[in-house]
Design a protein around this ligand. Structure first.
Ligand code: GCO
Ligand code: MG
Length: 427
């Protein structure tokens, strides 16, 4: 069996750019698909695949997944970048898909079979104020979800830019839920355009939000929160302590990958389960946190670390240190990437929870075989391989474009966050 062609398909059926790899072979009708989605740098991933990995791999035996992964990983000499890892992921996932099709088995069987019939998923409940968050939590609970992420305004601490002298106000009106005027922090005249937020307002409104949401929904639901590494380490520690009474399932990205040393301080001060890893691309980022038991859930975006092959190895490492998986699963993972997540989720012993962002009708059309969710659980397809495909003709109807709603470099959007004084901040 030989690889005869490798192509990277870019498409945006839900207005979020996705990258998918298709590997064709010399066996009639036998091909594999894989996710390579790094939505902020799609065309660079496509170039890495078609200009570099394709000439390296065409003509090779697709059954040699481990060897091809190592060859691709070393081939650029410099390694561990999100662009190169996503390119390798698209290849790797497609090779697992091919191997499953050749064996006539779903990919999870190749790992060692199921540990559970389906994977529990969590959805996002956002709101402009605590009551709206609570309402959205209840809506998701009615659909059967038991795990729900709660955010004030998506990222929180949202401020409105109001011309000269930006006025940063809370993510809801300036009066706190329980009275008291939220301080209004102002920006200098001529402040640059950006998504302004106020870390102080964020840190004060999140505990208020959970106080209110727990009052409304009680404690039977598992609630999560994502800091998105947007506050200073000491503020993250103070916030984690403030959230202890609300029994979070996990507290995500409290610190930036660059603030790794602070995790041991956080661990000493707050009894809150920590989830980290969405931004990780390098083994030296996750290894210390796992072996020193400084986190409870690993949140990697599996294409950002190079695909199924490294994700399985990472899950095994985590099992030895009682860390559970909680793979990244937002809209900027393709349905093929979600399918890859689910095959690992139903297999590994130390599964925690799976993030899921839902599929719209168009995604389901472009990607026949999307894994299905019922009563808060996502089920793998029982067909051979990853059990999902891409309809290239339909995918072509949804081209990516630079001013895409969420992730373009151009328009001011969530990746152009600024603090009240105009300082560029982590998204
Ligand atoms: C998550 C992410 C999202 C981000 C986006 C980045 O935990 O799903 O942090 O909240 O906004 O998905 O890819
Ligand atoms: Mg996150």
């Amino acid at each position: 069996m030989k690889i005869t062609n490798i192509k990277c398909i870019l498409t945006a059926p839900a207005n979020i750019g996705l990258a998918v790899v298709k590997i064709e072979t010399d066996q009639p009708g036998l091909y594999g698909v894989g996710c390579a989605t790094f939505t902020q740098r799609l065309t660079t991933v496509k170039a890495a695949i078609e200009d570099y990995l394709k000439p390296l791999l065409v003509g090779r035996d697709p059954s040699r997944i481990e060897e091809i992964w190592q060859l691709s990983y070393q081939n650029s000499y410099w390694r561990n970048s999100p662009v190169l890892n996503n390119a390798i992921s698209g290849i790797d996932q497609a090779l697992w898909d091919i191997k499953g099709k050749v064996a006539g088995l779903p990919v999870y069987e190749l790992f060692g079979g199921k540990s559970r019939e389906a994977a529990a998923v969590y959805r996002h409940a956002d709101g402009r104020d605590p009551q709206e968050v609570a309402d959205n939590v209840l809506k998701l609970a009615e659909q059967g979800y038991q795990y729900i992420r709660c955010q004030l305004g998506g990222y929180g601490g949202i401020a409105k830019q109001q011309g000269a002298g930006t006025k940063a106000v809370g993510s809801y009106n300036n009066v706190g839920v329980y009275g008291g005027i939220k301080n209004q922090t102002r920006s200098p005249y001529g402040a640059q355009p950006g998504e302004y937020y106020d870390p102080d307002i964020y840190c004060r409104t999140v505990p208020e939000m959970f106080e209110h949401v727990r009052k409304v929904v009680g404690f039977d639901l598992q609630l999560l929160h994502d800091v998105h590494e947007r506050i200073a380490p000491m503020d993250a520690i103070r916030l984690a302590k403030a959230l202890e009474p609300y029994r979070l399932f996990f507290f995500e990205d409290p610190l930036a990958p660059e603030d790794q040393e602070w995790f041991k301080v956080l661990r000493q001060h707050a009894a809150v389960p920590i989830a980290m890893g969405e931004l990780f691309t390098h083994p030296l980022e996750w290894r210390p946190l796992i072996v020193n038991q400084l986190i409870d859930y690993i949140r990697v975006h599996i294409s950002d670390i190079g695909g199924i092959t490294p994700a399985l190895k990472l899950a095994r490492l985590c099992e030895a240190f009682n860390v559970r998986t909680a793979f990244h699963g937002p809209g900027d993972v393709s349905p093929i990437g979600h399918a890859a997540n689910v095959h690992i989720d139903v297999h590994v012993h130390n599964f925690g929870v799976q993030e899921f962002s839902g599929f719209n009708e168009v995604l389901e059309e472009v990607f026949p075989g999307c894994p299905q969710v019922r009563e808060g659980y996502i089920y793998p397809n029982e067909g051979p391989g990853l059990g999902i495909d891409i309809d290239e003709t339909k995918a072509a109807k949804y081209p990516i474009h630079n001013d895409m709603a969420q992730f373009s470099g151009g328009a001011v959007n969530w990746t152009q966050s600024r603090r009240p004084d105009g300082t560029v901040a982590r998204p």
